[in-house]
Design a protein around this ligand. Structure first.
Ligand code: ZN
Length: 171
């Protein structure tokens, strides 16, 4: 397994729209394992393929306390969204940035697992929010898109400054 590099905002590759996966092969399995390793080590509770510069419809999630409930969603599709809630969100592509976002509070999703088997799942609370956040990534959409242009600009400046400092100080 290997750690993957996570793209950070405002990297334009984060705006790429992912395409469907049709080959459920060994390489895909390795990609999924690497994404879990990268997510757990970050640490994070969700990671979309887009964030590691792999533009296929795939994301991984684990919202459990013990980090022992890995979930893989391939070619995901929302079947139903219900209710509204606001939750503070962060994102591995936005280190140190948190913002309140309004989303549905429960949903039904359909997807395929790593072997290509279709499944349907009901989710609510943190898991539902996380699923919607990761699904957005596959469309090239980011959680700061829900904020005002002014707030988004402020976040962009902050992250650009930090990335510049990183690239000159450490290799
Ligand atoms: Zn994210």
């Amino acid at each position: 397994m290997a750690l993957l590099k996570i793209l950070e905002y405002p990297d334009p590759r984060l705006r790429t729209k992912a395409t469907d996966i049709s080959d459920f092969n060994v390489a895909l399995g390795q990609q999924i394992d690497n994404m879990f390793e990268t997510m757990y080590s970050a640490p994070g509770i969700g990671l979309a393929a887009t964030q590691v510069d792999f533009h296929k419809r795939l994301f991984v999630i684990d919202v459990s306390e013990e980090k022992n409930e890995p979930l893989v969603f391939i070619n995901p599709k929302i079947k139903e969204l219900r209710g509204v809630e606001q939750m503070e969100e962060g994102c591995l592509s936005f280190p140190g940035v948190y913002a309140l976002v309004e989303r549905a509070d429960s949903l039904t999703i359909e997807a395929q697992d790593r072997d290509g088997n279709r499944f349907e799942m009901e989710a609510d609370g943190l898991l539902a929010v996380c699923i919607q956040h990761e699904l957005d990534h596959l469309q090239g959409k980011l959680f700061v898109d829900y904020l005002s242009a002014l707030k988004r600009q402020r976040i962009r400046k902050k992250l650009e400054k930090e990335q510049k400092a990183k690239s000159t100080s450490g290799m």
